[in-house]
Ligand binder design. Structure first.
Ligand code: GLU
Length: 418
């Protein structure tokens, strides 16, 4: 597997933006504007560790574009976090929010840390210090964080509390992906996985095949991977392989995902699961399946392994799992790629529903959330393929073009303040 440092995600975003802008005929000033984030903040975070030592962490919050509304995007806790990664993820949020047509711009944050090595009190102090530092740039009308790799609903509860203590009232619309008891939305936790299910079904339909019985391999078993696997399994697909950082397992007859989720809750890894046999992690990507769901992280499908991919459909649950060099190889081999900015947009779509519910003070039933998610995702799927056909391009650039069209329209109306 390629070393993740060998590919710069921000350059990968720029490469697709350049290609889409060319096909679309984007105004050059707007192109220059979109090539860089509107605001990047770097913060230094001294945190007292449990043993009394002080450690200084580095955090980021980047806002790529806010033409269509407040910046929106997750907070990532990972040792590989760096400014260019956060800039890429922020830009992808701009395009993603435009693709599903929710009234947000794009933002992203992160802290360089290994959350697995920090105690809960250390994570709480780190999160609170980070929020205190980025206080002035976030807010329900400015920039609304959410969970991402290494963060969860508990992290978001600390964000809510710290922000609320500073503004002297409870402001739950400052963050999404909160616990349901704190104003979180029903269905938010599984929303990215549910979005993956919805677009996987649509993509299979394009190939004239039902989802039931489809063979699926899932790379990554965090929130997105595990929820995608569970929902695809419940929809009748056969999950034949899954992997995580420790290893991979397969079962040609289909893995029992509910039993696997229980195993992972107990042991923290998919490895050692009795209902499957161990396999090589890198080999998972090359299995002859109907659907491959890369749901781990950036730069997993590269020029080194793209030619070996035998899936009919790739549904990008992760952000940036495919490098620009791998794109033409997959295309050449007739693989239908449902691009990240469409495929994993279910999360931010339900984040939007959560923000709306917070501001209304009126909460929806889970069925209403899920029905609206189906509506948004299927509409976005068909809009992306309509743009793909109209501009005679591939679905990834079709999605970028759809997004560029919407964001540049907002920019044109607003004009430049100078
Ligand atoms: N972190 C998620 C993403 O990459 C969700 C962002 C959000 O809900 O704001 O799409």
């Amino acid at each position: 597997m390629s070393d993740i440092h060998s590919h710069n995600p921000f350059e990968a975003m720029q490469a697709r933006l350049r290609a889409a802008a060319h096909i679309y005929g984007l105004d050059d000033t707007l192109f220059q504007v979109f090539m860089a984030p509107t605001r990047s903040m770097i913060v230094s975070l001294p945190v007292c560790m449990d043993d009394g030592r002080w450690e200084v962490f580095t955090g980021y919050r980047v806002q790529h574009n806010i033409a269509r509304g407040p910046a929106k995007g997750g907070i990532r806790y990972d040792l590989n976090v760096n400014l260019d990664e956060i800039k890429a993820l922020a830009a992808w949020m701009t395009w993603k929010c435009a693709v599903v047509d929710v009234p947000f711009g794009g933002g992203k944050g992160g802290i360089i840390c290994d959350p697995k090595k920090l105690s809960k009190p250390e994570l709480e102090r780190l999160t609170r210090r980070y929020v205190a530092e980025i206080m002035d740039v976030i807010g329900p009308d400015r920039d609304v964080p959410a969970p991402d790799m290494g963060t969860d609903s508990q992290t978001m509860a600390w964000v809510l509390d710290t922000y609320s203590m500073h503004v002297r009232h409870t402001e739950n619309a400052v963050v999404t992906g909160k616990p349901v008891g704190l104003g979180g939305s029903l269905g938010r936790n599984e929303a990215t996985g549910r979005g993956v299910l919805i677009v996987a079904r649509e993509a299979m339909q394009r190939l004239g095949k039902p989802l039931a019985g489809a063979r699926v391999a899932v790379q990554g078993f965090g929130n997105v991977g595990s929820q995608s696997a569970r929902l695809l399994h419940e929809a009748g697909a056969r999950i034949v392989a899954v992997s995580d950082l420790n290893g991979a397992i397969k079962n040609d007859r289909g893995l029992d995902i509910h039993a696997l989720v229980k195993h992972v809750t107990e042991t923290k890894s998919v490895t050692g699961f009795k209902g499957g046999e161990a396999m090589d992690r890198a080999e998972l990507l090359t299995l002859a399946v109907d659907i491959l769901v890369p749901a781990a992280m950036e730069n997993q499908i590269t020029e080194d392994n793209a030619a070996q991919i035998r899936a009919k459909i790739v549904v990008e649950g992760a952000n940036g799992p495919t490098t620009p060099e791998a794109d033409p190889i997959l295309l050449e081999n007739g693989i239908l790629v449902v691009p990240d900015i469409l495929a994993n947009a279910g999360g931010v779509t339900v984040s939007y529903f959560e923000w709306v519910q917070n501001r209304l003070g009126f909460y929806w039933r889970e069925r209403e959330v899920n029905e609206r998610l189906v509506e948004y995702m299927t509409h976005a799927f068909h809009s992306v393929f309509a743009a793909t056909d109209k501009y005679k391009t591939n679905p990834r650039l079709g999605a970028y073009i759809l997004a560029l069209d919407r964001v540049s329209q907002a920019m044109h109306y607003r004009g430049f303040y100078a």
